[in-house]
Structures are given as C-alpha cells and as structure tokens.
Design a protein around this ligand. Structure first.
Ligand SMILES: Nc1ncnc2c1ncn2[C@@H]1O[C@H](COP(=O)(O)OP(=O)(O)OP(=O)(O)O)[C@@H](O)[C@H]1O
Ligand SMILES: [Mg+2]
Length: 284
C-alpha cells in the first residue's frame, strides 16, 4: 500500500526533517509512528497527502507514484488519504454535519446521499445528535471525533491520524485509539502518529520510531528478522534430524562390508555439509 524508499525531506539549507527513511505498509495494517518532538512524524503525513514532495527518494501509495503526480492529479490522489490534523482544522462557523459534508462535496454525490453518509459516519464515531453543534460547543474528544469522522467519511483506503490523542485526557485518548482500531478493522489502513507510550504499549501494533528524521526502530523488521532466524533454525534442525534418521536406517539395513559403509558415511558427510551450507545461504 505504502512504499517509502530512501526518503529525505529538507527545509531550507540546514533543516533535515527526514533522512533516508524507508518503510513499507501493507493494506489493512495499523501502524504507530512515534519519536520525540521534531523527529519527523508530521512530515511523513504531509508527504503522504502530497502537501510537498520529498527532496530525494521515492514514495508510492497504492498505484500512485507521488513524484509523477501533476497538479491536476493531486486533488484526486488526496481522496486516497484521510488526514486527521494535529491542529484540528475544523471550520468554526460550520456545524459538525457541515464540516463533514464539505469533505464529501467534491465526490459525485447527491445531497440525499451526502446526508445519509454524514449520519452513518456520525454514528460510527458516536456523535449522533451533535450534528447541528458548532466546534466551539464540543468537548476536546468530540472535536477530535468530528475530525476523524470527516477524514473517514469519503472512505479513503488510508488514514493518517497526527497525534489524535494529544490534547485529551487518558480515557478519551483510549476511546479515540479504539475508534481508529474499529476503522482499521473495517479494512482501512491506519497510521497513527503519537508520543503516547501507554497507548503504544497496550495496543500491540507495529511501531516505527523516528529520531532526528531517521527510523531507529521498526518492530515489523524486528519481527521478520526473528521469524527468519527461527524458521531458518527450525529448517536446519529438521534437515539434521532427517539425515540422522536416514543414516540410522541405512546402518540397520546394511549388511555389506565395512569398506562400503565407510565410503557411504564419508559421502553422506560431504552431502550433509553441502546441504547445510545451502540452507544457511537461503536463510540469509
Ligand atoms: N515548513 C517547515 N519549514 C521549516 N522547517 C520545518 C517545516 N516543517 C517541519 N519543519 C522541521 O522539520 C522537523 C520535523 O518536523 P515534524 O513536524 O515532522 O516533527 P514531529 O515529529 O511531527 O514533531 P511533534 O511531535 O512536535 O509534532 C522539525 O525540526 C521542524 O522544525
Ligand atoms: Mg507533529
């Protein structure tokens, strides 16, 4: 779904927001991006919505190679990504329902379809009945849920939520995370940027940690490496077991002279070493 290959983003001459960042995200994954303030989390999101292009490196999202998008393609591409902004960005003079409707108007929908969709998405985020309130009349958690409703209303395959629990109390932060998990279970790929170690620890999802614009941890890579090692070891063990059993069987069956046996053993030893070398090569 997402492929970042050696992505570097600099601002001006000396600010390196991202430095040779590479990672892949499969469709339907839930992924945390964490790291200290200034590490580059929001920059990943802004690259994903093609707010700007990388200074170097390549990004593909679904079938879109972001470097090849022309100005005309960008609005179409952006429908692929629901962005939950760190600083909310709801229009203060529009109601909850109107804020969500605005994200649907670019789609080819009748007003009846739009009304239905807004009602459904408000139900999803548990805000039915608040559709006619203005942002200033909502609690922080409700504002955040409205922002999420707006991001998912057009059913984009990918959601990037930038610190969606940032200004909320712990309980409300959990509810927002659970809401994003629910959206993920419906098939949407979700990337959540957050500092909140409590949520990251409890959610047991993949984590990419950035520091100074570099990936310093990717739990998926770690897991794959561990899997590779354990399956590699298991394969070598099986191979050894198989060969030992074969050897025993042959010894039991053979009544031939010692010379022949010796030759057979030497041959087997060589064969065994060769096979093992092939196995190890495959694992690496
Ligand atoms: N438009 C810009 N112009 C100049 N520098 C920028 C710009 N946008 C981001 N930066 C710099 O890039 C670096 C990464 O910023 P980014 O917003 O991605 O960090 P972050 O990990 O999201 O931090 P936070 O946790 O505080 O939100 C920072 O040093 C920031 O000052
Ligand atoms: Mg940020």
């Amino acid at each position: 779904m997402i492929d970042f290959r050696n992505v570097t983003k600099t601002f001006g001459n000396d600010i390196i927001a991202l430095n040779e960042v590479s990672f892949q995200v499969e469709p339907g994954e839930f992924l945390f991006i964490t790291g200290p303030s200034g590490a580059g989390k929001t920059t990943v999101g802004r690259l994903l919505i093609r707010e700007f292009a990388p200074t170097s490196g390549e990004i593909t999202v679904g079938e879109y190679d972001l470097a090849k998008l022309t100005g005309r393609d960008i609005p179409f591409y952006r429908r692929q990504v629901g962005f939950v902004f760190q600083d909310f960005k709801l229009l203060p003079d529009r109601t909850v329902a109107e804020n969500i409707e605005l994200s649907l108007e670019i789609l080819d929908k009748t007003s009846e379809e739009i009304r239905e969709k807004v009602a459904r998405v408000l139900e999803l985020v548990n805000l039915s009945g608040k559709d006619n309130l203005f942002p200033s009349q909502l609690s922080g958690g409700e504002v955040q849920r409205t922002v999420i409703a707006r991001a998912v209303a057009a059913e984009p395959p990918l959601i990037f939520a930038d610190e969606p629990t940032g200004n909320l109390d712990a309980e409300t932060g959990w509810q927002i995370t659970e809401l994003l998990e629910k959206i993920n279970q419906r098939g949407t790929t979700v990337i959540m940027a957050t500092h909140n170690q409590g949520i990251i620890g409890a959610a047991k999802k993949r984590v990419i940690k950035l520091e100074g614009g570099r990936v310093v941890v990717d739990t998926k890579e770690e897991k794959q490496e561990a899997l590779r090692q354990s399956s590699g070891q298991a394969r070598i063990k099986n191979q050894e077991k198989f060969e030992k059993e074969g050897e025993k069987e042959r010894e039991e069956n053979s009544e031939g002279d010692d010379r022949e046996k010796k030759h057979e053993k030497e041959h087997k030893g060589k064969h065994h070493q060769k096979k093992k070398a092939v196995e190890v090569e495959k694992v690496e």
